[in-house]
Design a protein. Structure first.
Length: 86
């Protein structure tokens, strides 16, 4: 094989090996965002149920709801950081 043909073959092999894992971080973050999305929906729904049952505790329920949403969203942020790192 000539030198030029060998160089082109090596370049093609190198390009294939560097682009093999592209996009897995986005897929990983997409999967990591499913859990917090479901969690926020459950927390908000249960808070609405609680406020409907006992309207006098609306302030305390709302505070607890915001804490639950913040903790769930922290998982999403950890997921996006892990996507950038790995």
């Amino acid at each position: 094989m000539s030198y030029i043909a060998q160089t082109l073959a090596d370049t093609a092999t190198l390009a294939d090996s560097t682009t093999t894992g592209k996009g897995f971080g986005a897929i990983g973050y997409g999967l990591a965002a499913i859990g917090p999305g479901i969690g926020v929906g459950i927390v908000a729904g249960k808070a609405i149920e609680g406020i409907a049952r006992q309207p006098e505790l609306a302030g305390q329920i709302r505070t607890t709801m915001f804490l639950g949403i913040a903790l769930s969203e922290a998982l999403a942020l950890i997921g996006i950081v892990a996507g950038f790192i790995f």
